[in-house]
Design a protein. Sequence first.
Length: 71
Amino acid sequence: MLPKQIRNVFVVGLLLVGLLGTAGLSSALEVGEKAPDFKLPGTMGIDVSLSDFKGKKFVFLEFYGGAFVPT
């Protein structure tokens, strides 16, 4: 095999191992099912967990992948 072909086979193999290795680790929640507890870093540097809000009427979660840029 040529070096480029070897690299391509290696990359495809890694992708397959990654996909097969993570299969079944997580499953979608059904409507009405309670979310599992998790902890994430807050904006002030303090970890916040979902259980911190237990008993509150509403909890709004926003996951934002970009950076805030002034316009």
